[in-house]
Design a protein around this ligand. Structure first.
Ligand SMILES: *Cc1c(COP(=O)(O)O)cnc(C)c1O
Length: 428
């Protein structure tokens, strides 16, 4: 039934159906632990023979209800919340990769994810090959090796704003017998559901639009349940052979394709690494999700109007927004994001780096933040903030020019925002 409901309905009702007399709103279960009548009852939970909660480092009912809502929105079979988007991407990958394995990732990804793959996971003995997301199918295929365990990319990349050709990545992943993991943070399930295009696992930094009010850091992993691990038992022994740390349970056998990935991730990674979201944060996240469809519409309307304004301003040298006709990613956006993309735009001003600094100093409504994708309009000049240790040549090479300004359009009135941008551009 839930699969057939529209996103607006799932945002309000998905994943949580209280029984008679239970709280109408998803309650905050602020409890580290759960009580049982007998040791035997609890033993069954530890053996994964019964369903239930025993300790909130592994799982908590508030988190699970909100995760189920996101799973319904993405059209997945199971989901879990994590303490951050970073934890979501790490857990999703580490659940099927270990020392000696290899990952193929788009180069056009969030800086934190790039570091995770390029530094931290390499230190764990996991190799990565970065590919231009616009490469040919043959080039993408050539990057895969016998020990490749997954392909990774972002629906709309932060901050480069490239749009991933999800079908191309999915075809190559499946031809090599591995899943495609897509970080769907910027598009949200309102504007793109990567599973419909062949992705197998979706991740989110819920810190961004899903929360949308800048109040709680968090992440989520959703499984489509469609990837058949059992066809490749040698590649994915963790899912297809007994887990000695759980009395020999074989996740694919016991939980089926619908539940194996998320159950293993909860039972092993949450148990050992412990990065669950707090129930309080999950509650805030849920409040954000309830208005997500309305908010995404306004973020995208504002961004479209602002991108068009910037494009017509003579002091603006270039604008990147995949909703603009003529943008390099316009056609891919029409295919994968027909109802809107996101509220984030990047652009440059005549006068480059110096002009960007002047412009930002004079913005009144837009504030200077490293954050993106929430209700308040905010702005970042990477060359003088997040990327300030890099030379202009290095900046150019990673696709973040010295003049690039990233603007995250909030929910304010578009005319007010445009007037604010216009007066700040005047000062340049
Ligand atoms: C912010 C972000 C992350 C990291 O999420 P945190 O919640 O900050 O840990 C990962 N992926 C994308 C696309 C992001 O924008």
């Amino acid at each position: 039934m839930s699969q057939k409901l529209h996103a607006e309905t799932l945002c309000i009702q998905g994943g949580y159906s209280p029984a008679s007399g239970e709280p109408r709103q998803i309650p905050i279960i602020q409890s580290t632990t759960f009580k049982y009548a007998t040791s035997e009852d609890m033993g069954k939970l530890f053996d994964l023979e019964a369903e239930g909660y025993f300790y909130s480092r592994l799982a908590n009912p508030t988190c699970d209800a909100v995760a189920a809502r996101i799973a319904a929105l993405e059209g997945g079979t199971a989901a879990m919340l994590t303490g951050s988007g970073q934890a979501a991407n790490f857990f999703a990958m580490f659940n099927i990769c270990s020392c000696g394995d290899h990952i193929v990732s788009s180069t056009s990804i969030y800086g934190g994810s790039f570091n995770l793959l390029n530094v931290t996971m390499r230190r764990m003995g996991i190799e990565v090959t970065f590919v231009d997301p616009d490469c040919s199918e043959e080039e993408l295929s050539a990057a895969c090796k016998p020990n490749t365990k997954l392909l990774f990319g972002e629906t709309i990349a932060n901050p480069a704003l490239t749009v991933l050709d999800i079908e191309k990545f999915a075809r190559v992943a499946h031809a090599h017998g591995v899943p495609l993991i897509v970080d769907n943070t910027f598009a949200t399930p309102i504007n793109c559901r990567p599973f419909e295009w062949g992705a197998d696992i979706v991740t989110h930094s819920t810190t961004k639009y899903l929360d949308g009010h800048g109040v709680a850091v968090g992440g989520c992993i959703v499984d489509s349940g469609k990837f058949d691990w059992t066809k490749y038992p040698d590649k994915f022994p963790g899912l297809c052979t007994p887990d000695e740390s759980y009395h020999g349970v074989t996740y694919t056998q016991r939980f089926g394709l619908a539940g194996a990935f998320i159950t293993k991730c909860t039972a092993q990674l949450m148990r050992d690494l412990g990065s669950i979201q707090s129930p309080q944060s999950a509650f805030y996240l849920n409040l954000g999700i309830e208005s997500l469809p309305l908010r995404m519409r306004q973020h995208c309307d504002n961004a479209q109007k602002i991108a068009e304004f910037l494009q017509s301003n003579e002091k603006v040298t270039w604008v990147r927004y995949c909703g603009l006709k003529g943008d390099k990613y316009y056609d891919l956006a029409q295919k994968y994001l027909p109802n809107g993309s996101c509220g984030v735009i990047s652009f440059g001003l005549v006068g480059g780096r110096k002009a960007a600094e002047t412009f930002m100093k004079h913005l009144k409504l837009g504030s200077i933040e490293t954050h993106v994708a929430d209700s308040r309009t905010c702005c970042l000049h990477p060359a003088s903030a997040t990327h300030r240790q890099m030379t202009d040549a290095e900046l150019e090479a990673c696709g973040v020019g010295a003049d690039l300004i990233r603007l995250s359009c909030g929910l304010e009135n578009a005319e007010d925002l445009i007037a604010d941008l216009a007066q700040a551009i005047e000062k340049v």
